[in-house]
Write a protein that binds this ligand. Structure first.
Ligand SMILES: Cc1ncc(COP(=O)(O)O)c(C=O)c1O
Length: 499
């Protein structure tokens, strides 16, 4: 018989909340219906703040997730949550898609694993080819390196850039330039190029840092521009050129998110900025590395986010494109580094071997999941579904619904594209003054949403790394207009409750 009490003191950071919940009745019945013999009843009812799992926080209890289907996740109490953030911009095809599990099981039955130093596999070769095609003509003749997630892929891309430069006779080039207020992952190399202050501050003594240039953020534009930030975009790009020149031919690559992900909350670059960046990199022999861990695989309404900014004749053609999250939609740990022909040729014709590897790169079961996910994305036309500029799509419904929040006093900005949006909160709409960071306004709204059965991604620090509150919204592309309207009304209520 399931029974238990949850009584938790959340820290000030999470608001002081004492929650009491009973597991008897409804919840118990719901839990039994998803019964998994591998998980004991005592495990699913554990709600202590300390458990054998080293969780992300000791300060809050975590609901126990037991099932997912479509845009919904259920916890062990039987409570249903609408996943309006795709977990953390991960799920794109919806939860619980049977054919993905089937593809993984079939691969595991056939061949669970081989090491990439000894074998390749049909599934890796086929999926790599499909992914190169999905990435477009710029990557024709290139190659894909599969990893187990975003951070591993970023590490791989940084090393690939360095080795390319060595292999083409540019041994002096080793620095990787990046941007402030960016996030590229949690491993030490990825943290070094990230700008997200909170996530990296205490680890800084462990990392080797290079220059972080400014990042355009039009809502809080530092220049008094009146041209939709075209001109200031050029000034930010010029900062890159100055940093490259200051580094005296030692720059191997420049890494950027086409659209800011978690750190700034779906900030889109001003017109002309990315083509200018690309042109500067090309002119100085610096590899352009697009981090599409969050924006890739259809999330923004294009196969990859950079496609929005490739207006001929000033296209932007990354030399290396990194993706993860939506690549497997969360069904398996998977990331990919897509390298252009130029980069692959450089290494193939240079040393002839990439000096890098993880035990689990190109894991057959993960790659099978990714392949089945891409098949699903194509079959269900989910990239088009995500396009917020096409009438009648979930993308356009999301844009319209979120824009309606602008009438609230504390909503300063609503921005984004496709199915990746940010809602920024302000204490004063006129001056754009943020809330005091200690208030954790975004966290309060996030918790109020959670109580209402809605998952969002609250973040702080968009103003200066500490102050500034926003929500990141990134639902699966199978969401309906009705579900979007319900979710946005719940966000409205959660904001009003927190203000
Ligand atoms: C743009 C970007 N790059 C890299 C990463 C790191 O990916 P992972 O958490 O899968 O290691 C993230 C994760 O949020 C991300 O948003």
């Amino acid at each position: 018989m399931l029974s238990g009490e949850l009584s938790a003191e959340w820290s000030r950071e999470w608001q002081v909340v004492t929650a009491t919940r009973s597991y008897a009745g409804e919840g118990a019945r719901a839990t039994r219906s998803f019964y998994n013999p591998a998980v004991s009843e005592s495990t699913v009812t554990q709600q202590q703040l300390r458990t054998p799992v080293l969780r992300r926080s000791f300060r809050k209890p975590y609901p126990v997730a037991v099932r997912g289907e479509g845009v919904y996740v259920w916890d062990a109490d039987g409570k249903r949550y609408l996943d309006f953030s795709g977990s953390a911009a991960v799920n794109f095809i919806g939860h619980g898609v049977r054919e993905i599990g089937d593809a993984m099981a079939e691969q595991a039955r056939q061949l669970e694993f081989v090491h990439t130093s000894q074998f390749t596999t049909p599934v890796a070769e086929e999926f790599a080819q499909e992914l190169l095609e999905f990435a477009g003509g710029n990557f024709s003749g290139g190659a894909v390196y599969f990893t187990s997630g975003g951070s591993e892929s970023i590490e791989t891309a940084l090393k690939l850039a360095r080795q390319y430069q060595v292999d083409v006779g540019e041994e002096k080039r080793y620095q990787i330039l990046s941007r402030q207020q960016s996030y590229h992952g949690s491993t030490l190399g990825a943290l070094a190029v990230s700008g997200n202050r909170k996530r990296r501050e205490i680890y800084l003594p462990l990392v080797r840092e290079f220059e972080h240039i400014g990042i355009p953020y039009c809502y809080r534009c530092a220049f008094d521009c009146t041209d939709s930030c075209y001109n200031c975009g050029q000034q930010y790009a010029a900062e890159l050129e100055r940093a490259i020149l200051a580094a005296r031919s030692e720059v191997a690559g420049f890494i950027f998110e086409p659209m800011s992900g978690a750190t700034l909350g779906a900030v889109t670059p001003p017109p002309g900025y990315l083509p200018a960046i690309a042109e500067i990199c090309r002119r100085h022999g610096v590899l352009l590395i697009a981090d599409e861990v969050m924006t890739g695989m259809g999330r923004t309404g294009r196969n990859f986010g950079v496609e929005h900014f490739s207006v001929e004749p000033r296209g932007i053609a990354p030399d290396i494109l990194v993706t993860a999250k939506g690549l497997s939609s969360g069904y398996a740990p998977l990331g990919a580094v897509i390298a252009s022909k130029k980069v692959v040729d450089g290494i193939a014709n240079g040393s002839g071997a990439f000096l890098h590897g993880f035990t689990y790169n190109a894991h057959p079961v993960s790659v099978a999941a990714g392949r089945a996910v891409l098949h699903r994305i194509r079959e269900q036309k989910l990239v088009r579904a995500a396009d917020s500029e096409v009438a009648g799509t979930p993308g356009s419904a999301l844009k319209a619904a979120l824009e309606s929040l602008r009438d609230l006093d504390v909503v300063g900005d609503v921005r984004g594209m496709g199915l990746l949006w940010g809602v920024e909160f302000v204490a004063d709409k006129k001056t754009k003054a943020p809330f005091a960071p200690e208030k954790n306004f975004a966290g309060m709204v996030g918790q109020a949403c959670l109580r209402r059965g809605l998952l969002v991604y609250p973040m702080q620090g968009c103003v200066d790394g500490v102050a500034g509150d926003h929500l990141l919204i990134a639902p699966p592309a199978v969401i309906t207009a009705g579900e979007i309207d319900w979710a946005v009304e719940e966000i409205r209520a959660a904001i009003l409750e927190s203000a």
